[in-house]
Design a protein. Structure first.
Lengths: 408, 312
């Protein structure tokens, strides 16, 4: 679960620690339990890291395709490990959900079949989503609905501080954050944790200012890191952001200990449960008013792994096609509070759910993390969160931190 | 000659029987060892050999499906050794291990000596002391993470009563390492107490009685009677402690994930990250090979000590 936690129940925070010395070796030797091929030709196995709220959506498509399903929800952090085991023992499920930045890596390994084999081309869908699911010119995965980051704010705190309009630039954001900071709350909170989640949260600032993951030492990225350092030095952002996950950040917000937080639409259901917190959302400000917000694209895509059974793969293809159809996009958006992948459908969802509206706008400009580097993204992501952490802990100045982390 | 020839068939039969018997007799010890050999080869030998080989390969996500892991020679090691992080992780590993072992041992020994004087409820208290050992590590590290939280952690709220400003336990790079070491000490004390206590029990009471006649009481008794008698146990506790501590990942992952800014990253967590987060199994294997070598040195020390002891 690299980007965002979309489950209502929380996944265990800590990845289950394995015996790091011995496991790499044994991983190759042992395979997971057989996931496909054992059932009747009309049974498809589906594997994801979501929660049972998705099951009705799956069942609706199963009915349409005329198959029965065996659904397994695995814990987020363990999904890729399980997929690797399954791909070495040839027991991949018929339909596999992947977090979008992982698709290219898995596609590169050859474990997935191109969706064009089943007539799926992603017409009319957001180009960034299609790009996220494409490896070496072929489409391998598509998402019914996607998400991105924005800033949630506490309306009451804004009123009390006399702030009438949401900030548009970094300077505004910094000034507002300072005004909103009191003895027992921070004006601003985000996650700068040392995982891919920290990178994902930093990207809107880096990309929105024109920074690029191909060379993280450019002035634009330095400015973005400096901005976070400034927020921290102002006392507007807690040093604990270094160890907060996105869920910890929203907990701070709900507890009234942060006035503005960077987070995604999957938190909306949790926020709606809080009757006494009046909240709103606005798009993440840019350094200059002339810049446009570029946030990272999040969301889970569905793929059809290569299994031995061609007939089943065809059925799985039809199943995925159903999952990404406009009607299913709307349903998924409702269940998961995500933004439908087809822009026209997204607008429709935004109209019926005002809370989602800022995310609908931002998604149109969102960029997928693998767009530039493809399967090499994880390496860059590691460098980025390391650099942010080096700077925020004061171990190095922003420019130096980025140079150190880039490693050249 | 002829008689020898004549008797050959019978003698040959007997000799063959004897040879077979002798072979069987010679093979018997090996047959008894066989299950152990197979076990060690399967569960220790194979993974280690595989791990060593993997360290020379570009072993990535693709390898799992295609089965291809190109041989890259020493390039994994070159990458690791030239990384700006390597020195940091090495130093952290040393600090973490030494810090943990010293305090675990000193506190463990003090408690063991304390519990040696049997006082009311001492047995009960001693068993309570084992609690940290009984808790799942993931659970205890999650609880410690709450306790050490800067804003709302119990420890800072307690210190706040005395006017101490909030301490950024897991957030400040220096304090984070101290915090992680502290939790590991808490975790290691039961092991030290349990082993050292049993060592103390084995010291003959007579020695103390005889010693007290010569004026060896208190510190002197410890210095000249207790310490020499528990030395074999002490070396076992320390060497095992070092090997256990070197490979700790769960506590660090649970508390800080190696952060902030890699200030609690050790060889073990780094290997874990390389293998299971970045899925760069080649590099992960290379790091863990380095770790295996370090552990092996201490394992050899342990073997040397335990072999020498009986002769003393």
């Amino acid at each position: 679960m690299r980007t965002a936690q979309k489950r209502t129940g929380r996944a265990p925070k800590v990845a289950v620690a394995a015996a790091a010395l011995i496991l790499p070796a044994t991983l190759t030797a042992c395979g997971g339990a057989a996931a496909s091929g054992t059932e009747s030709p009309n049974t498809l196995t589906v594997q994801d890291y979501l929660d049972p709220s998705r099951d009705p959506l799956y069942q609706a498509c199963a009915k349409e395709v005329g198959v029965t399903l065996v659904i397994s929800h695995v814990a987020g952090p363990g999904l890729i490990r399980k997929v690797l085991q399954q791909s070495s023992s040839r027991t991949l499920p018929d339909v596999l959900m992947l977090d979008n930045p992982d698709v290219q890596q898995i596609a590169e390994s050859g474990a997935l079949s191109p969706l064009s084999d089943y007539g799926i081309r992603g017409e009319g869908m957001l180009p960034a989503v299609v790009k996220a699911g494409t490896y070496a010119g072929k489409l391998y995965g598509l998402a019914p609905a996607v998400n991105t980051l924005s800033i949630f704010y506490n309306k009451e705190m804004f009123r009390a501080a006399g702030i009438t309009t949401p900030p548009k630039t970094w300077d505004d954001l910094r000034a507002n954050a300072k005004r909103l900071t009191t003895q027992d709350r921070y004006g601003f909170a985000m996650s700068t944790i040392n995982t891919y989640e920290g990178t994902w949260q930093f990207l809107p600032f880096m990309w929105g200012n024109g920074g690029t993951e191909q060379d993280i030492t450019t002035e634009e990225t330095v400015q973005a890191v400096q901005f976070l350092v400034d927020l921290q030095n102002d006392g507007s952002m807690s040093k604990s952001s270094l160890i907060w996950s996105q869920d910890d950040v929203i907990d701070q917000f709900i507890a009234g200990k942060a006035a503005m937080v960077v987070n995604g639409p999957w938190q909306i259901p949790a926020l709606q449960e809080q009757r006494d917190v009046q909240w709103g959302a606005f798009t993440i400000p840019t350094r200059l008013p002339t810049q446009t917000t570029v946030a990272p694209l999040g969301g889970e895509v569905y793929t059809v792994p290569r299994t031995a059974d061609r007939a089943k793969m065809a059925k799985a293809g039809r199943f995925v096609q159903c999952l990404v159809s406009p009607e299913q996009q709307l349903q998924t958006a409702k269940v998961a509070q995500n933004v439908p992948t087809t822009p026209a459908v997204a607008e429709q969802a935004g109209r019926s759910n005002p809370a989602l509206a800022p995310f609908v706008t931002t998604v149109q400009n969102a960029r997928s993390r693998t767009a530039l580097l493809g399967p090499d993204w994880p390496k860059a992501a590691t460098k980025i969160y390391n650099a942010v952490q080096l700077a925020l802990t004061g171990k190095a100045a922003p420019a130096e931190a980025l140079r150190l982390a880039q490693g050249d | 000659m002829t008689s020898a020839n004549l008797s050959l068939p019978a003698a040959a039969g007997g000799r063959r029987k004897i040879a077979r018997m002798r072979l069987l007799r010679r093979a018997t010890p090996w047959l008894f060892c066989l299950p152990a050999i197979v076990f060690v080869a399967m569960f220790f030998g194979y993974p280690i050999v595989q791990n060593v080989v993997m360290g020379f390969q570009e072993y990535t996500t693709s390898t799992f499906y295609s089965g291809e892991a190109p041989w890259v020679g020493l390039s994994n090691y070159a990458t690791i050794l030239s990384s700006y992080l390597f020195t940091t992780t090495l130093v952290n590993t040393a600090l973490f291990t030494v810090g943990s072992i010293v305090f675990q041992f000193v506190i463990g020994l003090a408690l063991a000596l304390f519990f040696k004087r049997n006082f009311p409820l001492s047995g009960f208290l001693r068993s309570l002391l084992l609690l940290p050992w009984l808790l799942p590590l993931i659970a205890s590290s999650a609880v410690w993470k709450w306790l050490l939280d800067q804003e709302s952690g119990a420890l800072n709220q307690f210190l706040g009563l005395f006017g101490v400003p909030a301490v950024p336990w897991l957030v400040d790079p220096t304090l984070a390492l101290i915090g992680v070491i502290g939790v590991n000490i808490w975790l290691g004390i039961p092991f030290n107490v349990a082993i050292l206590y049993s060592g103390l029990q084995a010291v003959p009471k007579l020695l103390y009685e005889a010693g007290s006649l010569d004026g060896a009481v208190g510190w002197k008794a410890f210095r000249h009677i207790t310490w020499p008698n528990i030395r074999p146990v002490v070396s076992v506790v320390i060497v095992l402690g070092v090997v256990y501590t070197l490979k700790v990942v769960d506590i660090i992952l649970g508390l800080t994930g190696g952060g902030p800014a890699n200030s609690t990253q050790t060889l073990a967590t780094d290997a874990y990250n390389a293998s299971f987060v970045e899925f760069n199994f080649g590099e992960g294997a290379a790091i863990s090979n380095i770790l295996i070598v370090v552990s092996l040195v201490f394992a050899l020390v342990y073997l040397y000590i335990s072999r020498r002891e009986p002769n003393e």
